[in-house]
Write a protein that binds this ligand. Structure first.
Ligand code: HC0
Ligand code: SF4
Length: 584
């Protein structure tokens, strides 16, 4: 351990820590606009300057190693003046009008300027060149607002292993953008929005569909329903002052009803449906491989994450047969809403508008894919992020905290705990195993044994091996088989697995694009670090553990929908509405 002094306060930190780490350890806040936890320091923005006794120049706290006996000052007049100059220089070339910026009141640069008492910009001069890219349904990029902190470069290159954006050009006209001045829809960007999640300013934000949704709600000829993803309930509260990890499902439903939606439903119901379909698909693939000796693509990969699908299409097209043919729960719900539900309420698919509230920007892109029109209309019309929903609630003047909790509407009023945990890395796999195990053995798994510990938590590449014993006669070919499963989050880890590992021993692999899964999707409230992720994950597991219904196949409304509509998993109707094939 190293002992040093921050503002005369003694603090001990492990070898390899920086001054910024040491300040954090003793609850001293040093501002930074470029630093990201768990990534190497960059020292780019220079906002974190501090004074070190005996040093000739001020030091960037994020990039300066803590040393034994070091005496650091973080808040002298000289430091405040320097920080103010740095921020004024950033503001001087920043080509954005805060009043009309999507990040107004949620902007780290604006907040810092306010904290430093900047009331005018002392340096008038040329503005950075502005190019606005609205080419994708997921994101809007504006170079003029970029402060070149390179957080998005780290997110895109290191966390996601995509490499869509990086520094281009030199000097004043340099930008952080795709190569050759391309738009995001012309390159390999998977539209995950992790760049937007870490951007301190409004240089990259979600493509906003709030007005489209208001227009639909105001249109008397439209019947507008909404679905909410598993991860929203553990994060939306943060936009209204709740602690991360506060579950606000009932208030969220009440807010959506107040906004004027005609029906409020849960994507979790479709997550239960996904498990029925995807679990059956896995068992069918295993039977085809082990009994019928057919040439089957294994391991099966999950297919509910649109960022991962796009990543596979761009970089690993040879793997597409390994993807489950299941559509994502969002798209299953859309197809179901415009067929089964529309029939129930006597509407044509074109009269029903389906809105999704998702933690994810890639879901905005997913709903425009050509494969997603199986109901005869666009299955999901508009996707809003968690942040956009909070904006709508504020626009409507709703006091979220005072809302009385309400329940989801019929005919999909209930979902299982297995569906809740879709929100976390490892959740889809655990949910699938809960159901597949019971189908194969006919034995109930006791509640205390439902969690599969090795695939829980924030590890990027996790695995488990489960011995199948006590199979029913129909599944005897699985008796004694070790089911090998892997769970990966963050596309950079997917790249590592696919390029460096032999995956032939695995049967089923879950992939989620974002760090920790959907709980930290690109559309979630900012700022998401590991401590926020842990709290949201804990809240989701608590939600699951608090439910009586914890397995998808036990959901009585799932049974009902098979009786009334689909007949059985992988039936012709389910193939038509709930499955698709991604081709090269
Ligand atoms: Fe997810 Fe989903 S779990 S991808 O993260 O499968 O976005 O929350 O809605 O569709 O259910 C996101 C979250 C979903 C889908 C579900 C899956
Ligand atoms: Fe990279 Fe994802 Fe941003 Fe696209 S959306 S630029 S892939 S981080």
């Amino acid at each position: 351990m190293i002992t040093l002094y921050i503002n005369n306060q003694e603090v001990q930190v492990p070898e390899g820590s920086t001054i910024l780490d040491a300040a954090k350890a003793c609850n001293v806040n040093i501002p930074t606009l470029c630093h990201l936890e768990n990534t190497p320091p960059k020292g780019l923005c220079r906002v974190c300057v501090v004074e070190v006794e005996g040093a000739r120049a001020m030091a960037a706290a994020c990039a300066t190693p803590a040393a034994e006996g070091m005496k650091v000052k973080t808040n002298t007049r000289k430091i405040r003046d320097t920080r103010r100059t740095v921020v004024e220089l950033l503001l001087s070339e920043h080509d954005g009008d805060c009043k009309v910026c999507d990040r107004n009141d949620d902007c780290e640069l604006q907040e810092l300027a306010r904290e430093l008492g900047i009331t005018s910009i002392g340096f008038e001069g040329e503005k950075a060149p502005s190019k606005i890219d609205k080419s994708t349904p997921a994101l809007i990029r504006d170079d003029g607002k970029c402060i070149k902190c390179r957080r998005c470069v780290v997110a895109c290159n290191e966390t996601q292993g995509v490499g869509a954006v990086f520094p281009q050009g030199r000097g004043f006209t340099s930008t952080i953008s795709p190569a050759f001045d391309c738009n995001l829809d012309e390159i390999t960007c998977v539209q995950c929005g992790q760049c937007a999640a870490v951007c301190p300013v409004g240089a990259i934000t979600e493509h906003n569909y709030i007005e489209n949704v208001w227009n639909a709600i105001d249109d008397p000829s439209k019947y507008v329903i909404v679905q909410t993803a598993p991860a929203i309930r553990a994060a939306l509260g943060e936009c209204f002052g709740y602690e991360p990890g506060t579950v606000v499902t009932g208030k969220m439903v009440a807010a959506l009803k107040s906004l004027g939606f005609d029906g409020v439903f849960d994507t979790n119901f479709a997550a239960d449906l996904t498990i029925m379909e995807e679990g059956t698909e896995l068992l069918t693939r295993l039977k085809n491989a082990l009994v019928d000796k057919k040439d089957v693509a294994l391991p099966q990969f999950t297919s509910c994450c649109p960022g991962w699908i796009k990543f596979a299409e761009h970089f690993y097209p040879d793997m597409l047969d390994n993807l489950s043919t299941c559509k994502s729960p969002q798209q299953m719900f859309g197809a179901l809403a415009k067929t089964y539900y529309a029939q129930k309420i006597g509407k044509k698919p074109s009269e029903v508008v389906v809105v999704s509230i998702m933690p994810c920007t890639a879901k905005k892109y997913e709903c425009y894919r050509d494969e997603m029109y199986d109901s005869g209309a666009k299955d999901v019309d508009y996707v809003l992020t968690t942040r956009e929903l909070s904006t709508m609630v504020k626009q409507a003047g709703i006091d979220f905290k005072l809302l009385k909790e309400q329940k989801m509407d019929t005919p999909f009023p209930e979902s299982s705990g297995a569906a809740d945990i879709f929100a976390n890395t490892g959740g889809v796999m655990e949910a699938a195993i809960r159901t597949a195990y019971e189908i194969v053995t006919g034995h109930e798994v006791p509640a205390q044994q439902l969690h599969i510990k090795p695939i829980m938590g924030l590890g990027g590449i996790k695995e488990a091996s489960l011995k199948i014993e006590g199979t029913l006669p129909e599944w005897s070919f699985l008796e004694g088989v070790e089911l090998n499963v892997m769970v990966i989050h963050s596309l950079g880890n997917v790249r590592k697995v696919l390029e460096e590992m032999d995956i032939s021993k695995y049967h089923f692999i879950e992939v989620m694009t974002c760090p920790g899964g959907c709980i930290s999707g690109g559309g979630q409230p900012r700022f998401t670090d590991d401590s926020v992720r842990q709290k949201r994950i804990a809240a989701i597991y608590a939600e699951d553990e608090g439910k009586e219904l914890r397995k998808s196949h036990e959901n009585p409304f799932i049974k009902q929908i098979y009786d009334e509509f689909f007949e059985a998993p992988l039936s012709e109707k389910s193939h038509h509405l709930l499955h698709t094939q991604y081709t090269k």
